[in-house]
Design a protein. Structure first.
Lengths: 421, 291
């Protein structure tokens, strides 16, 4: 049984909203006055759940509230949540750039945190100087950096430019060099925030591979925050889902991610608005109805890769003789657009119009799809964009095969692939 | 094992690091500072290398500034105000004072904005924050070295014009004076930098405090000039005064060296460093929330 290397107990973090100004001084004096009288900080009692969409009267807000979890040695823990859920705050506390308001964190071993790629890079210095500087900032000693130097340069692929100031680097080279330094840290615990968002696909793959190495082969502990669910799934075994500063779920990565995605899907398979006054859209066009209509044999049957699916759309057009076409975007559960498809443009009179899109059977892979709809005017500009307005899940149906792994690829067409002899 | 140590052990258990909302008052984390010593060296090197990139005159700027200041002082204090210089050649008198003052003022002003200037990097990674002001103080020794070299060159020139150089064992005390100067600059600088994290008012205050401080430091006049003045106490209360005077005495054997004054400066240095460290280590933990 591996031992616990991170123990987070009752971590809460309060922030004060608004600007630091004369009012702050008054609160400070007030806090101090309570303290001298031996009383508790009065502002800790107030504060609200951190829902950034709601405007509230309280000046204090809890970015994190009562966070408890443990991480075992060698574990790769993913942290997911919407923007503002508290992910970054948690990482900041873990990497000691700020302190919690309440609670404690106990850590065993050296921590290196990578909240940003290339922290402390100086544009005027050469690649060589920056490797040493950045390495030292991240907590390496000079000797450790020296030992790793060739590997880092190799990883980044910047041999030719190593004695050139980094301000002359392309952004790709810059990022590769910076991640190279970070990837060769040898801490017992590595904390990584959304750094994979930069760089090209090939490089992202390389980084992810490196992180997998660190956690699987070298037995180090990794904490990884990302919006990229594919990356989280492939790297992490356990996932924490945060929402409004609270832990909403913690557990096996597949189930937590699926629940998270399910809860963040909008509206399910149908969105319908009978009253044009409150329907989404604008003065040019409004959406009446969009429905995912699979062709099923019986109503409760799950949608599988072998089913035909139709998407029916109804919308109001409020401008006479407007040239309009529709485009549908198919985003997979990781948020990547798998493909988009559009109608031809048509001149439409004022009134209700209908369209339908037929997705053939044996086309989509098993995944969760979020559908976005764009109503396009004059074939040139978006009149309105309905983002992630409906969603549906396509399930596996592999009767006749004894292999049960995830089928690779974004789509799954059935092509004429046959033996000739 | 002393009691404090024991309770600390008990809380920490076998954990390497415990993150809590509050730290004890004297938790200065000097051990961490030692672990990051390589970073300190690299920061100093960075400052060297990066400072004069894309300038034509480069480090020559370090010479132009004291030369021009000396010229102005010569004009204002020497020719217009007609203040005597303790029998020291006027150019040497002003230049020596300016060399010393420059080191102090740069230590103070550059360390006093530590948190604000480095907020971006501090927000992303942990290392002992004290590394930054320390590196500033160290990398400016180089600048002092250049200006001191200029002073020596001018002294040698005057050697052939009737002002012989006084070399003695006292020269060994120059580094000590420098350390006290640096200590006071660092101590006051980190106090101010800690205060500016929340209230930027101190940044504004700082710029003219340094200006005013120059006038109550015997750079443009000797302390002896104030012998009968009832405001002499203001100059003596300034811990820098005795240091500047002592520097001149060491170089020219004229003026005064007051052990009492030096002692006062040393005590001032230790107290400002101590208070500075206490405030700084308290602020560094959570300044990202307010800066």
């Amino acid at each position: 049984m591996p031992d616990t290397v991170i123990k987070v107990e009752n971590i809460s973090k309060q922030y004060r909203l608004g600007e630091v100004s004369t009012g702050t001084l008054m609160h400070d004096v007030n806090k101090w006055f309570y303290k001298v009288r031996g009383k508790e900080n009065p502002y800790l009692k107030i504060g609200e759940e951190n829902d950034r969409t709601k405007k509230t009267d309280s000046e204090y807000v809890w970015a994190l509230r009562d966070i408890n979890f443990e991480v075992k040695r060698g574990e790769a823990l993913g942290i997911i949540g919407r923007n503002g859920a508290g992910k970054s705050t948690l990482l900041k506390i873990l990497s000691r750039t700020t302190v919690p308001t309440i609670g404690s964190i106990k850590i065993k071993g050296r921590v290196a945190s990578l909240l940003e790629v290339g922290t402390g890079f100086h544009p005027e210095l050469t690649g060589r100087d920056n490797i040493f500087l950045n390495g030292a900032i991240l907590g390496m000693t000079k000797r450790e950096i020296k030992n790793k130097f060739d590997e880092i340069v190799d990883f980044a692929g910047v041999q030719r430019y190593i004695d050139t100031p980094v301000k002359r680097y392309s952004s790709g080279m810059y990022v590769r060099l910076a991640f190279g330094v970070a990837a060769h840290l040898e801490p017992e615990i590595l904390i990584v925030d959304e750094v994979l968002a930069v760089g090209d696909a090939e490089f992202q793959k390389k980084c992810l591979g490196k992180m997998k190495d660190v956690s699987d082969k070298q037995g180090r502990t990794v904490l990884f925050v990302s919006h990229n669910m594919t990356a989280i799934k492939s790297l992490c075994t356990t996932v924490i889902s945060l929402g409004n500063g609270l832990i909403t779920e913690i557990g096996d990565s597949n189930s937590v991610i699926n629940n998270y995605l399910y809860n963040h899907m909008n509206g399910g398979m149908i969105q319908s608005f009978e009253n044009p006054k409150i329907a989404p859209g604008n003065e040019v066009a409004k959406l009446k109805r969009i429905e995912i209509r699979p062709e099923l044999d019986y109503p409760e049957e799950p949608i599988t890769v072998k089913k035909k699916i139709n998407i029916d759309i109804e919308f109001w057009n409020f401008e006479s003789n407007k040239t309009i076409n529709l485009t549908i975007f198919f985003n997979n559960f990781a948020g990547e657009c798998v493909f988009a498809n559009g109608t031809v443009a048509k001149i439409l009179p004022i009134g209700l119009h209908k369209a339908t899109c037929a997705i053939p059977s044996n086309f989509l892979n098993d995944d969760t799809y979020n559908i976005s709809l764009m109503i396009v005017g004059d074939s040139s500009y978006p009149i309105y964009f309905f983002e992630n307005i409906v969603s549906f899940e396509v399930n596996e149906d592999r009767s006749g095969s004894s292999w049960h792994g995830k089928w690779p690829g974004y789509i799954r067409p059935k092509l004429d692939f046959i033996f000739l002899s | 094992m002393p009691l404090i140590e024991m309770t600390k052990e008990k809380i920490k258990g076998n954990w390497d690091l415990v993150i809590t909302p509050k730290s004890s008052l004297f938790d200065l984390n000097l051990k961490d500072l030692w672990r990051y010593r390589d970073l300190l060296v690299l920061f100093v090197k960075r400052d060297f290398k990066a400072q004069y990139k894309q300038t034509i005159l480069g480090p020559l700027w370090h010479l132009i500034q004291p030369i021009l200041t000396t010229a102005i002082f010569l004009l204002i204090f020497g020719k217009i105000a007609n203040i005597p210089t303790d029998g020291i050649q006027p150019v040497l008198f002003y230049m020596s004072g300016i060399t010393m003052w420059n080191y102090f003022s740069v230590c103070l002003t550059s360390t006093s904005n530590t948190f604000v200037v480095n907020a971006a990097i501090f927000g992303k990674v942990y290392f002992p924050r004290l590394i930054i002001p320390l590196s500033v103080v160290l990398s400016n020794i180089y600048r002092f070295g250049i200006q001191f070299g200029l002073l020596l060159a001018v002294m040698i020139w005057y050697q052939f014009h009737g002002f012989p150089i006084q070399i003695s064992f006292l020269w060994f005390f120059i580094p000590l004076l420098l350390v006290i100067m640096a200590g006071i600059g660092l101590g006051l600088g980190i106090i101010v930098s800690s205060l500016t994290t929340k209230y930027r008012d101190f940044t504004i205050l700082m710029t003219f405090i340094v200006q005013l401080l120059l006038y109550v430091t015997p750079v443009g006049y000797p302390i002896s000039y104030l012998a009968k003045s009832k405001f002499k106490f203001i100059i003596e209360a300034n811990p820098l005064s005795s240091l500047v005077e002592a520097f001149r005495f060491i170089l020219f054997h004229k003026g005064s060296i007051q052990t009492g004054g030096i002692l006062y400066s040393i005590i001032f240095m230790f107290s400002s460093l101590f208070i500075g460290l206490l405030i700084f280590s308290k602020v560094e933990r959570s300044f990202m929330d307010t800066v």
